[in-house]
Ligand binder design. Structure first.
Ligand code: ADP
Length: 253
């Protein structure tokens, strides 16, 4: 008689055990790369720790894991008895696929990507958290599917768009994917608005019957990830607008 190895995968039990210590998981996604998703996920983490929440950030963006660069994290996760303990900055615990990928892109099959996500969720010891923010890769590929699959008990997804019509089209596709997967859309954000020249994200939110959380202006202070000062990040116009979006989503008050 053969047995199905998946059924006895200890990592799934570990993931379940670890997730029990996390009150809310929020995904941050987009249809398309380059819309500011990672900057929003990272800054959101810092805003929440600034509001005295215990917060972790899990960067699953295999195509461009940028949270480590945004936060200027040089420390590696520490191997301890209960797993890998992520380094923190301003109390934000950060685990990223970038710790393992370094500068090289990851040419992986869908199956391998799912395995990596399972492994990361199983080995990372975030401890007890109020919020775990997950920076998803753009689009609706295997990584997004795997993350949703392992974290069924999530609070939902924040989707990031820009004033560009193309960005809205791909965000619309992503939104339909999340709705199909039974993931609640917490709301849509339109990022990188120049000179109050708003795009159609508000109308898209109405069309999809999901909340619109607001506009975030293009802010020169955050335009280049390698030049961002993580200590100043929450004091920017960008962060102020994001804070308003989080209030609208009832994540902070
Ligand atoms: P994604 O995760 O969607 O690929 P990133 O968060 O990596 O996008 O952002 C892409 C680039 O845009 C980065 O250089 C980032 O600093 C910049 N950026 C994001 N949002 C803004 C904004 N509101 N104003 C100016 N630059 C921004």
């Amino acid at each position: 008689m053969s047995y199905n190895q998946d059924k006895i995968d200890y990592r799934e039990f570990l993931i379940w055990k670890r997730l029990r210590n996390i009150s809310f998981t929020i995904f941050v996604g987009s249809g398309k790369g380059g819309v500011g998703k990672s900057l929003i996920a990272t800054t959101m983490g810092l805003i929440l720790t600034g509001n005295s929440f215990r917060v972790g950030l899990l960067d699953l963006d295999m195509h461009g894991p940028s949270s480590l660069m945004i936060l200027d994290i040089k420390q590696l996760p520490k191997e301890e008895k209960n797993g890998l303990v992520p380094p923190s900055i301003n109390n934000l615990k950060v685990m990223s696929i970038g710790f393992f990928a370094k500068d090289s892109p990851l040419p992986l099959s869908g199956m391998a990507k799912r395995e990596i996500i399972k492994e990361l969720l199983a080995i990372t010891d975030f401890g007890t958290l109020d919020y775990l923010i997950i920076d998803l890769p753009p689009g609706t590929g295997d990584e997004s599917l795997a993350a949703i699959n392992y974290i069924k008990n999530n609070r939902g997804v924040i989707l990031v768009s820009t004033p560009s019509r193309l960005a809205q089209q791909v965000v619309k596709r992503a939104a339909i994917f999340f709705i199909d997967m039974n993931v609640k859309i917490i709301g849509l954000i339109e990022n990188m608005v120049l000179d109050n020249d708003f795009g159609g994200t508000y109308n898209l939110a109405r069309e999809l019957n999901v909340p619109f959380l607001g506009y975030i202006p293009y802010d020169k202070r955050v335009a280049y990830i390698s030049e961002i000062n993580p200590k100043e990040l929450t004091k920017t116009t960008f962060a102020e607008a994001l804070q308003n979006a989080l209030k609208k989503a009832n994540i902070i008050h």
